[in-house]
Design a protein around this ligand. Structure first.
Ligand code: FAD
Ligand code: SF4
Length: 518
């Protein structure tokens, strides 16, 4: 045997670099289901079902191409339950001349992979992940010498480099960004078309049994699992989004509605992040819909910006700044994560809805993650390590390279402003404007003090007062700081004391020790 090619659970792509010069007659592909990867954080049950089922389907796909796959199933005798252990076992069994593997998406695994050559005693070639549209080197080059690493400028360069939504050297429609047109409130009677649901086949059904048996105490539920687990299903999901929901994606991108977490969102992050869907294919499909008159520019540009811009940018930041990025706590937030992040048992309806959706679906859309659970964590001063771990656990699309910058950078400002020019702090007024949550809440969104006052209101002003000195220096936060200065000191004192009482009444839970209700 010549070359052992290793494919990880988030590398399920036909064109993955490790298979580039595959010789099916002499090479073998190694794939392994290992406990370590299911438990380094206690992932949502649906995330484990997704990855293990997609791996099993991908192995079948390779076999259909004539590739010999050494597949180590979870229950196989001798499974060491670590990727390094399975690599070493395969080396002993198959005696390859070399190993080829695509670089890992996460820092911790990449650090381990770097030691594989020495451990295996044979050449281990770690090749770059060409599925991303910006390499590490290109991002470093872009970042070099810049005072601020703003996504908007990175995004423009990506549009130019990949020729997406360009008219010559100029952006299509004369503007790079149509976000200002994307913050509408959705009419009550509007019914977004439901996304396609992919019923579990025999492979997925057996993985569900495995997950219930092995990871029954993890957060969430396996019930109603319907995520794409093959490339074909991921393409169907994309096609359905482009034809049925993309046209309205822009207008109501920021809106949140009770009982409807998806609205006009694409629901494709789980597929892109494990390799079932190519990000450039998704961008091109949206661009084509605009060219054909099927979707307006504000929607298409907004969608493409998320993928070509944000997705690539957060990965760039992660690899540029790790491992220090994972330690940032610029606002010195130290409060423990409250128990209701696991149980959804809180009188704050917005939090109960966002956490309830998350527990059920391993999904919440961007604004629920940023402006509800993220915003609360920011205002309440929750410890970034615990919040970071929560987000890694609860979403089916969570991989550290994308989760961490979104959480520590965008939501918590724990990186001190590497990603965002200001903290995304908002009071209840924002949530009321962009959702229907407040109408069904025990709290009164119009009140900032006293009985029934909305916690987001007094926590918001407490946050501004607590960080006043730092925020004063930030021109984008000048307005709330000025408003605070003009407020009656007695009122400020009342809000701050209510915030202190509220925060000290929260029950915390140690993350990781989550025997949560499903
Ligand atoms: P849509 O809203 O339809 O957007 C289309 C695609 O754009 C997404 O599939 C995603 O690939 C990409 N995208 C959009 N926003 C971002 C962003 N800020 N960063 C990176 N890609 C983006 N995304 C993850 O994939 N994994 C995570 O673990 C994750 N954690 C997050 C945590 C927080 C606190 C926040 C604020 C955002 C997080 N995001 C994460 C980004 C975003 O919320 C999800 O990508 C999105 O909700 C996925 O749903 P969708 O496919 O329906 O996306
Ligand atoms: Fe959330 Fe406050 Fe609205 Fe209740 S009133 S849903 S706590 S913002």
């Amino acid at each position: 045997m010549q070359t052992l090619r290793m494919i990880l659970g988030d590398q399920l792509t036909d064109s993955i670099a490790a298979l580039d010069d595959l010789d099916p007659a002499h090479d073998r592909v190694l794939m392994a289901e290992v406990r370590d990867e299911c438990t380094y954080v206690r992932h949502h049950k649906k995330k484990i079902v997704l990855v293990l089922s997609a791996m099993r389907h991908f192995a079948d796909r390779l076999r259909a191409r004539g590739v010999t796959v050494e597949y180590v199933a979870f229950d196989d005798a001798g499974n060491t339950h670590s990727l390094r252990g399975e690599m070493l076992r395969a080396v002993r069994r198959l005696k390859p001349k070399r190993i080829v593997v695509t670089e890992a998406g996460e820092w911790r695994l990449m650090q381990d992979m770097i030691g594989w050559q020495e451990a295996a005693g044979l050449p281990v070639e770690i090749v770059g992940d060409t599925r991303f549209l910006c390499s590490h080197g290109q991002f470093r080059h872009w970042a070099e010498g810049r005072r601020e690493l703003r996504m908007e400028f990175f995004y423009r360069e990506m549009r130019r480099r990949h020729g997406v939504l360009m008219e010559g050297d100029a952006p299509a429609g004369g503007r790079w960004n149509f976000d200002a047109e994307n913050r509408k409130r959705m009419p009550r009677d509007m019914q977004p078309p439901l996304p396609p649901q992919f019923q579990p086949d025999a492979i997925t059904a057996s993985v569900i049994q495995l997950v219930e048996r092995e990871f029954g105490s993890h957060f969430g539920t396996t019930a109603h699992f319907d995520l794409p687990v093959t490339h074909e299903q991921a393409m169907l999901a994309l096609d359905h989004f482009v034809s049925e929901r993309l046209a309205s994606f822009g207008d109501w991108q920021d809106f949140m509605r009770t009982g409807d977490p998806v609205l006009f969102h694409a629901l494709i992050s789980t597929s892109m992040n494990c390799g079932l869907l190519d990000p450039l294919v998704a961008c091109r499909a949206a661009e084509q819909a605009w060219a054909d008159g099927g979707a307006p520019l504000n929607a298409v540009e907004g969608f493409i910006r998320q993928i070509l811009g944000w997705r690539e940018y957060v990965r760039g930041i992660y690899w540029l700044r790790m491992p220090e990025y994972g330690e940032g706590n610029a606002l010195e937030a130290r409060r423990a994560l409250p128990w209701f992040y696991w149980s959804a048992e809180t009188k704050m309806n917005c939090m109960a809805q966002a956490i309830g959706d998350t527990r059920k679906n391993a999904y919440a859309h961007h604004i629920q993650r940023l402006m509800i659970t993220g915003n609360f964590a920011l205002l309440a001063g929750l410890d970034p390590d615990q919040v970071d771990e929560w987000y890694m656990i609860v979403y089916a699309d969570a991989y550290q390279w994308v989760e961490m910058p979104n959480v520590r950078g965008m939501a918590l400002f724990a990186d001190g402003g590497v990603m965002g020019s200001k903290p995304y702090a908002a009071s209840g007024a924002y949530i009321n404007r962009m959702s229907d949550y407040c109408a069904g809440c025990a709290y009164d969104v119009k009140r900032a003090t006293g009985d029934g006052a909305c916690p987001f209101n007094f926590l918001y002003w407490d946050f501004i007062a607590r960080h006043r000195q730092r925020l004063e220096a930030n021109h984008r936060m000048a307005m709330p700081v000025r408003t605070l200065s003009k407020m009656d000191p007695g009122r400020v004192e009342a809000m701050r004391s209510q915030a202190a009482d509220f925060l000290s009444s929260l029950n915390s839970a140690s993350p990781g020790a989550v025997a949560s209700p499903s």
